[in-house]
Design a protein around this ligand. Structure first.
Ligand SMILES: C[S@@+](CC[C@H](N)C(=O)[O-])C[C@H]1O[C@@H](n2cnc3c(N)ncnc32)[C@H](O)[C@@H]1O
Length: 287
């Protein structure tokens, strides 16, 4: 019995993870893999990593889900990157609401939502715009936020919407805690008014088709970094197809969509960059 993962076993796992999720794992970081996979030995009744590799090779939903869940990095926070959320609140959301027409549904997709802070932050911003009557006639219930992730564990936490004090304080301003969460068993639960705007679903960005539903805003933030260049290009192409003309794409601060796709118009604003799908009727040209 060997309690350490061997380089050849790590290679098999890395290849399977890449096939199943697109995620590229660092080949030099065998310890990361060993640490993340250790709980699976017990779960799948394995004596050592060679048993686990054998089960993984045979495939099936259970091992596939467990393996992908084990290696994903679900790091997230509320209002991650203040510039982005300021621009979203002050310019992007009002612009999209005006473009769609007040009263028309606004479709938003948080495409790697992790434990839910990202889609719930967007929902809170919509509730704020409504609360302050910033746009006459706007009702937050016209906003439909689809939040997806490949990781079942993260999605389960997102669906619950209940956070401990450490998680809640990571970026959520006190007035938002007051207004949009309520105490539950020593933790903070996102209020129904916020939860009702978001629906969660499990989905991999590697899926061939993302459905046909057209979006006005896609948040594809802090996830492209895990993929190889071709996968980044494919995912950006698919995101472009899912956007309505004039729709907006947001990526993470360390990600640059223009490097992998020339389909979007890059907009530089207030210390951040976002990407717009050209609207043939507005006279805007694509970059
Ligand atoms: C670092 S978190 C980013 C969360 C959030 N977007 C943010 O910016 O705070 C990356 C998320 O991407 C998800 N992910 C990784 N590969 C994915 C894939 N192929 N399809 C969908 N989600 C994926 C992970 O499960 C994880 O929750």
């Amino acid at each position: 019995m060997n309690h350490h993962i061997q380089p050849s076993q790590a290679r098999v796992i890395r290849e399977l993870v890449e096939n199943w999720s697109g995620i590229i794992l660092d080949e030099n970081d065998v310890h990361f893999l060993e640490f993340r996979l250790r709980p699976l030995l017990k779960k799948f009744d394995c004596e050592d990593y060679s048993d686990l590799v054998e089960i993984a090779r045979r495939g099936g939903t259970a091992i596939r889900t467990a393996l992908v869940d084990a290696v994903t990095t679900n790091e997230t926070s509320w209002f991650r990157d203040v510039n982005v959320y300021r621009e979203l609140r002050e310019e992007i959301l009002p612009g999209l609401i005006a473009m769609r027409g007040v009263g028309a549904p606004l479709d938003i997709w948080s495409a790697a939502c992790s434990t839910g802070q990202e889609p719930y932050t967007v929902a809170m911003l919509c509730r704020e715009i409504e609360r302050l009557h910033e746009i006459p006639g706007f009702h937050a219930t016209n906003v439909r936020i689809l939040a997806t992730d490949i990781c079942q564990e993260a999605l389960a936490a997102a669906r619950k919407g209940v956070y401990d004090s450490i998680a809640i304080k990571r970026g959520l301003p006190p007035e938002y805690i007051e207004r949009y969460t309520e105490p539950r068993d020593g933790k903070s639960a996102v209020t129904r008014a916020v939860k009702d705007l978001v629906r969660f679903d499990q989905m991999s960005l590697m899926d061939r088709h993302y459905g046909t539903e057209q979006m006005d805003l896609i948040l594809l933030r802090n996830v492209l970094i895990y993929f190889n260049d071709q996968t980044k290009r494919d995912i950006l192409d698919k995101a472009h197809r899912r956007l309505r003309p004039g729709g907006i794409l947001l990526v993470g601060g360390a990600e640059n969509a223009a490097r992998y796709s020339n389909r979007f118009e890059a907009v530089f604003a207030n210390g951040m960059t976002y990407y717009r799908k050209a609207d043939p009727f507005s006279g805007r040209a694509s970059a």
